[in-house]
Design a protein around this ligand. Structure first.
Ligand code: EPU
Length: 427
């Protein structure tokens, strides 16, 4: 078993560089299936969700070559429609992107029901609505989703709710559909824009990504392209909150500051100092923080993927903060772990009432999902004493070299591998 062991109480000081965005990478890698020719992708993060995506693609016959640590070449010319391994697909939500890309290329796809973080109900009805509108039949049988179309035809898609995954899948299928598809109530997250930019660099004709209405004019062919993935908004936000929580002073490099506005504004509101540069951001912590309210919303609102980290910081703020989760039904599972460390949080449905305490104390805790893992890491960094985090594979799904990065800015964190008889220090 692997654990992170953190001795808390040290301010984070120095500089850290943010990696490529996980949620853009896990969509852009499958998007190469739509290209007639090899693509070169830069700024690809080295995380397990990317390895799984590449494994699925390699099993299908994609040729993948590492050019350097963060740049890969993918050639999907000889891709075959082999079944995607259930065990790989169920590890991540993004396996649903193989539906849109295979449908766009082969007019059919059969993908195991995707997994991913357990954040409550995560249906695929809006993905299916989009495929259906474009002329595909969809059925779910024996744990597999099958989509099939004689021909993809442009359509008007109005999403009933704002969804990142379905917006991306709709773009994937619509780029090869005949005519002009209009996607309304589209998600506007930075990775939606990144995926659209990548598709356009392959020869697609997509307008409006980043607004509520995306227009996609179908094309016959897409070509291989070179593209650099955007920096990870949530990794950057996690370091921003960690710097503030530990009362540190960290320059966070390789970021797009505009993507971080909702986090910057919240940190400034509670008392941290944030200095914005062209492609970096400095966060300077404060000795005391004020209570606030946080409500997660689709972009440009406060990101749900930053809710657990921000709640952790608020455990030490003066007074009572209210955190409302409006995207997912069950994204407070990490609260039990924070309570073990002395946090005073009450959860009622989608609302957490956080009563600030003077300090947290180290304890054995679990990463219950990816961002929950980030939250308990931040809690460990600010707590008195030692925190041991189990189930760190959740964290490694989405954060590249987290231990090395945190150590480089002064954290006392080690990854330990526990066998039945011994403990081996991995770093
Ligand atoms: N929803 C539906 N029907 C659908 C699709 C979504 O009701 O067909 C609902 C969901 O249940 C949820 C809401 O719509 O309540 C938003 O879901 P969305 O589709 O936007 O989320 P997703 O595509 O499954 C992505 C990220 C998540 C991130 C959310 C919201 C990827 C691979 N995952 O998930 O990232 O929380 O958007 O921004 O892009 C993470 O990185 O930790 C993570 C969970």
């Amino acid at each position: 078993m692997e654990k992170f062991v953190i001795k808390g109480g040290k301010p984070l000081l120095g500089e850290v560089t943010i990696s490529g965005a996980k949620n853009a990478a896990v969509a852009i890698l499958p998007a190469t299936i739509l290209a007639d020719g090899p693509c070169i992708l830069e700024n690809v993060p080295s995380i397990s969700d990317v390895s799984i995506t590449l494994q699925i693609m390699s099993d299908m016959g994609a040729k993948i070559r590492n050019i350097n640590k963060t740049t890969i070449e993918i050639d999907t010319t000889h891709l075959m429609q082999v079944p995607i391994a259930y065990d790989l697909a169920r590890k991540m939500r993004a396996s649903s992107y193989f539906l849109g890309t295979l449908l766009g290329r082969f007019k059919k796809a059969c993908v195991p029901m995707p997994g991913g973080c357990n954040l409550g109900d995560r249906p695929l009805d809006q993905h299916i609505k989009a495929f259906d509108a474009l002329g595909a039949d969809c059925k779910i049988e024996h744990g597999m989703i099958e989509v099939h179309a004689e021909k993809l035809t442009a359509s008007h898609i109005y999403f009933d709710k704002v969804t990142v995954g379905a917006t991306i899948n709709a773009m994937f299928a619509a780029v090869k559909a005949e005519g002009l598809t209009i996607i309304e109530n589209a998600a506007k997250e930075p990775h939606i824009v990144d995926v659209a930019n990548f598709l356009n660099s392959m020869g697609a004709d997509i307008m409006g990504a980043g607004t509520d209405v995306i227009k996609v004019r179908g094309v016959e062919k897409l070509y291989g392209a070179n593209y650099a993935i955007i920096p990870d908004q949530i990794e950057a936000g996690t370091f921003m909150v960690a710097a503030a929580a530990t009362r540190g002073n960290v320059l966070i490099k390789n970021v797009i500051p505009k993507h971080l506005d909702p986090i910057t504004l919240k940190l400034e509101k509670i008392g941290a100092k944030v200095v914005i540069n062209d492609d970096s951001i400095r966060v300077i912590g404060s000795d005391c923080y004020e209570k606030t309210s946080v409500k997660t919303m689709p972009h440009p609102g406060f990101p749900t993927d930053m809710q657990p980290q921000m709640t952790t910081l608020l455990t030490l703020a003066n007074g009572t903060s209210i955190v409302t989760e409006s995207i997912f039904d069950n994204r407070f599972r990490y609260v039990d772990e924070l309570r073990r460390m002395g946090a005073d949080i009450l959860v009622d449905g989608k609302v957490a009432v956080v009563q600030g305490v003077e300090y947290l104390t180290g304890a054995p805790v679990k990463a219950t999902d990816l961002r929950a893992g980030a939250a308990v890491m931040i809690a460990g960094l600010i707590a008195r004493g030692t925190t041991e985090i189990e189930d760190i594979y959740h964290i490694e799904r989405g954060y590249e070299n987290m231990v090395e990065k945190l150590r480089s800015i002064g954290a006392d964190i080690t990854k330990k591998i526990y066998s039945d008889v011994s403990v081996q220090e991995a770093l």
